[in-house]
Write a protein that binds this ligand. Structure first.
Ligand SMILES: C[S@@+](CC[C@H](N)C(=O)[O-])C[C@H]1O[C@@H](n2cnc3c(N)ncnc32)[C@H](O)[C@@H]1O
Length: 297
């Protein structure tokens, strides 16, 4: 009798483990590629202007994976809430977190050329080579001013994609590093290097596109970043009206309502471990628009 009850419990346990669970995710910005972020099977519904939520019935391992990747991260200025019903067991949740941490190590590669140089700041802030090249291709054969080129990730991507580039950088050691890295790609002489404070230099720069990848600050990982956290960006944007277009690279958690006239896009990684992760936002501001949205000058 006792053996029969134990067997029934075991069968019930297996049955429960195989039953799909309901997953609710949101809020998510409506301009995001939801399928890329979430994976297949989600139904998207608008909840308020500009924001959606997603629901799906998923197998438990998939639900645990989504929970490990998404719960609590900030995209577009709001924190993603993710609920699973019924709740997942702790062992499954822990295993999914471990898998996610392992996967993250296999992220998009910085520079692939041997001999590339990076300082500590560069290791954190370099735009991965594949994404910098993609960004370069989409701006389409123009003259770009990179307001703060760092170790050269984006400046090199723009030049490799056939754009003319003026690269500004306030730190002399870093601009030398960027020129060295550009040499590895055979394009050092195609970029005009200027070691200067961008705020002073921008008024004398002529270009179609202003590109800004500002320092994101030490705790850029928090779930909401605002303009006040990025004083260099605020100062650079005062010059945006001089250029036909401005493209800004920002942390995924940047509150996009702070730049109401900008068109945001989420850029995902290209590595096995970050292809479903938003690496950064690109916000495009067109000419004639007051970038800070506080009244045209
Ligand atoms: C996020 S990093 C740029 C990373 C670069 N996009 C890449 O992919 O390698 C920001 C850079 O802004 C530079 N910077 C800070 N203030 C500046 C200023 N006033 N003028 C020019 N560059 C500045 C920093 O030295 C730093 O190298």
């Amino acid at each position: 009798m006792i053996a029969t009850a134990g067997l029934a419990r075991a069968v019930q346990g297996v049955y429960t483990a195989l039953m799909p669970v309901r997953v609710y995710v949101g809020p998510l910005p409506d301009w995001l590629d939801h399928e890329r972020l979430l994976g297949p099977g989600f139904v998207i519904e608008a909840v308020e202007p500009g924001w959606v939520r997603a629901t799906a019935s998923l197998e438990r391992p998939q639900a645990a994976d989504a929970q490990a990747r998404l719960r609590g991260i900030g995209i577009g200025g709001r924190t993603i809430d993710l609920n699973v019903s019924p709740r997942l067991n702790r062992k499954l949740v822990r295993a999914a977190r471990t898998d996610e941490a392992k996967r993250r190590r296999n992220a998009s590669v910085g520079f692939t050329r041997k001999g590339a140089r990076l300082d500590d700041e560069g290791k954190i802030s370099l735009t991965p080579e594949s994404l910098a090249l993609e960004t370069g291709k989409r701006v389409g054969g123009c003259t770009v001013v990179d307001a703060c080129c760092g170790a050269g990730g984006n400046a090199i991507g723009f030049a490799r994609a056939g754009n003319r580039v003026v690269a500004l950088e306030v730190d002399q050691a870093r601009i030398k590093m960027a020129a060295h890295n550009a040499r590895l790609y055979g394009i050092e002489s195609e970029i005009e290097w200027r070691c200067a404070d961008a705020i002073k230099e921008l008024p004398s720069c002529r270009a179609d596109l202003l590109f800004v990848d500002p320092p994101w600050g030490a705790d850029y990982d928090r779930t909401r970043v605002v303009l006040a956290d990025l004083p260099f960006l605020e100062a650079v944007l005062q010059h945006a009206h001089r250029f036909s277009r401005t493209l800004v690279k920002l942390p995924p958690s940047f509150d996009v309502s702070e730049l109401p006239h900008a068109r945001p896009e989420a850029v995902f990684g290209t590595g096995e471990g970050d292809s479903q992760r938003v690496k950064f936002l690109l916000l495009e501001i067109s000419s004639g628009i007051d970038s800070l949205g506080v009244g045209a000058e």
